[in-house]
Ligand binder design. Structure first.
Ligand SMILES: [Zn+2]
Length: 370
């Protein structure tokens, strides 16, 4: 069995995803290790923060250092020193979101310029399957066509058609031993096209399913609405993955609507801007009012930053661009999002997710800097 739902609360689910490198309790936030590293953090620190599965980026690893080298060094787990589960994306999102580098999309695949050296490159379903097989991830994602928000319906329709055609081919491609493969549905916020995509992709019987083509620039309420009606279209006995959401509000929104997995670079990206996520909202450590603040970033947090250092000290590190600032803020932000997800899971098990979300939102709406 790949996935078990162990509790439900409204549309929300708690469950367990079984992978070749261990079990993943869901709902789960997946920290992103873009280039085989969660920026600035040791894998043991990522695990200690509560992470059970990491995400690696096929696009970046393909160009640097290359899947052949990673395979030669024993696969992605051995290469990056992480023996837990890893999900790799297909690279499609990078190809389609870097619009300036996109050269052509045809029935066979997509041609683009590499962000590394500008050289012409091409992804096909067969190639991204082969790259992910070489990397040896536990979950491989299908190559999809992911248009930005606001494109004409005809372009959305083409994305749906090609994503199904490519998924059909990738379904048959060789994979690493024990590797799960997830299909991706497209269709944006168009209910008819999304339903068509879900019907076609689920007919291919993948191990899990992603809602792709959302969180691509559409207004947040439109996205939440689309998750609400599209998640229940997916099979109840397979994991549901929402690609690219990771702010606390967004996490709660998608969990409540039946999503099991999500990922985002937010914890480390915010760290680089001197921002902490807390149970009372965001703190910008550059703000002068923290200069003499002896309190931890978040009194409710047990992370290595909060158990030892003051806001005043971390603000000093941020202002002086000390590397430790990035590390402490990343550790804290990661722990915060993993804790929110864990608490949501527990709330689902106790049938009180709606209350938990109300409490969280109430607290986060406080003035964090007071
Ligand atoms: Zn903390």
């Amino acid at each position: 069995m790949i996935f078990e739902v162990t509790a439900t609360d409204g549309a929300a689910r708690a469950g367990v995803l079984h992978t070749a490198h261990g079990d993943v309790p869901t709902p789960v936030f997946m920290p992103v290790g873009t280039k085989a590293s969660v920026k600035s953090l040791h894998p043991d620190e990522v695990r200690a923060a509560g992470a059970s599965i990491l995400l690696g980026n096929t696009y970046h690893l393909h160009f640097r250092p290359g899947e052949d080298l990673v395979a030669e060094l024993g696969g992605l787990h051995a290469f990056m020193g992480w023996d837990g589960p890893i999900l790799t994306d297909s690279g499609g999102f990078q190809v389609f979101s870097l619009r300036d580098t996109l050269l052509a999309v045809d029935d066979e695949g997509v041609t683009f310029r590499s962000v590394y050296d500008g050289g012409e490159a091409r992804f096909t379903p067969e190639l991204v399957a082969a790259i992910q097989a070489q990397l040896g991830s536990d979950v491989a994602m299908c190559l999809d066509v992911c248009p930005p928000a606001g494109v004409p319906r005809v372009e959305l329709e083409r994305a749906v058609r090609l994503t199904t055609a490519w998924g059909t081919r990738q379904r048959e491609a060789p994979r690493a031993p024990g590797q799960l493969v997830f299909g991706i549905t497209q269709g944006g916020s168009d209910r008819g096209l999304r339903a068509r995509s879900v019907e076609e992709i689920t007919a291919l019987d993948f191990d899990g399913y992603a809602l792709g083509g959302l969180s691509v620039g559409e207004p947040r309420p439109e996205m939440i609405d689309a998750v609400e009606w599209s998640a229940p279209m997916l099979p109840a006995d397979r994991p549901r993955y929402f690609m690219g959401i990771g702010d606390p509000d967004g996490i709660l929104d998608v969990i409540a609507r039946g999503v099991d997995m999500f990922d985002c670079v937010l914890p480390t990206r915010l760290g680089r801007t001197g921002t902490a996520l807390t149970s009372h909202g965001r703190l910008n450590l550059r703000n002068a009012r923290f200069a003499r603040d002896p309190r931890p970033l978040d009194e409710r947090c047990g992370c290595p930053a909060c158990t030892r250092f003051s806001r005043a000290y971390i603000r000093h590190l941020v202002n002086q661009r000390e590397l430790l600032a990035l590390r402490l803020l990343s550790l804290h932000n990661l722990r915060f999002l993993l804790d929110v997800t864990l608490e949501a899971r527990s709330a689902i098990e106790h049938g009180r997710l709606a209350d938990f979300i109300l409490e969280m939102r109430h607290r986060m709406a406080d003035d964090p800097e007071a």
